[in-house]
Design a binder for this molecule. Structure first.
Ligand code: FMN
Length: 166
C-alpha cells in the first residue's frame, strides 16, 4: 500500500501538513507548482487567488513526473480559497483523469476560518467520487502552530495508517 500526497501550498501551511504526513505514514509527496505563480502578498493575493478559485480556473502547471500507477491512494491537500479548493488541483485532476481511475482518495484542507467542508465536497465532485475515505481540516497549522494542532495532524496520520491496516 503506497500513498501519494498531492498538494498545492501558497504560504506553507499545506506543505507543513504534507511533510508531516510524509514522515508519519511514509507517503511520497508531490507539490503542484503553477507556471505563473500566484501573488503571495496583500490585496493582490486575495483578489487574484479568490478570482481564480471562484472562476474554477485550470492554471498550467510545471511538469510533474509522477507514475501514479505506483500508488494505491492519493491524499489531496490544499488551502481553502473562497470556500473552494485551489485551482492547481483541478488542473492535476484533469491532466491525470485516466490514471486516477480506481484509486482510493483522502483529503485535507487548511483554512483560517471557514469553507473547508464546501471545498472538500467540490473536490470530491471534481474527482468524480461520492466522498473521500478520510478528511481533515486544519486551521493555519504552520502559522499558528500549537500542540493541539500538531496532535490533530498526528491523529489524521494515525487514521490514514489504520485505514491501510498498519
Ligand atoms: C485567495 C485566498 C482566499 C482564501 N479564502 C479563504 C476562505 O474562504 N476561508 C478560509 O477559512 N480561509 C481562506 N484563506 C486562508 C487560507 O486558506 C489559509 O490561510 C491556509 O492555511 C493557507 O494555506 P497555505 O499556507 O498552504 O497556502 C484564503 C487565502 C487566500 C490567499
Amino acid at each position: 500500500m503506497k500513498d501519494l500526497v498531492v498538494y498545492y501550498s501558497l504560504e506553507g501551511n499545506t506543505e507543513y501538513v504534507a511533510n508531516r504526513i510524509k514522515d508519519g505514514i511514509g507517503a511520497d509527496t508531490l507539490r503542484l507548482i503553477p507556471k505563473k505563480a500566484y501573488h503571495d502578498k496583500g490585496f493582490a493575493k486575495f483578489f487574484w487567488g479568490g478570482k481564480s478559485a471562484v472562476m474554477a480556473e485550470k492554471p498550467k502547471l510545471e511538469e510533474c513526473k509522477v507514475d501514479l500507477a505506483a500508488y494505491d491512494r492519493i491524499i489531496f491537500g490544499f488551502p481553502v480559497w473562497a470556500s473552494n479548493f485551489t485551482p492547481p488541483l483541478r488542473t492535476f485532476i484533469e491532466d491525470h483523469a485516466e490514471e486516477l481511475k480506481g484509486k482510493r482518495f483522502a483529503a485535507f484542507a487548511c483554512q483560517s476560518g471557514a469553507g473547508a467542508e464546501k471545498a472538500l465536497a467540490k473536490l470530491a465532485k471534481c474527482i468524480g467520487i461520492v466522498d473521500f475515505e478520510l478528511t481533515a481540516v486544519f486551521i493555519d497549522p504552520k502559522e499558528k502552530q500549537d500542540k493541539s494542532k500538531d496532535g490533530q495532524i498526528e491523529a489524521f496520520c494515525g487514521a490514514l495508517g489504520r485505514r491501510e491496516g498498519i
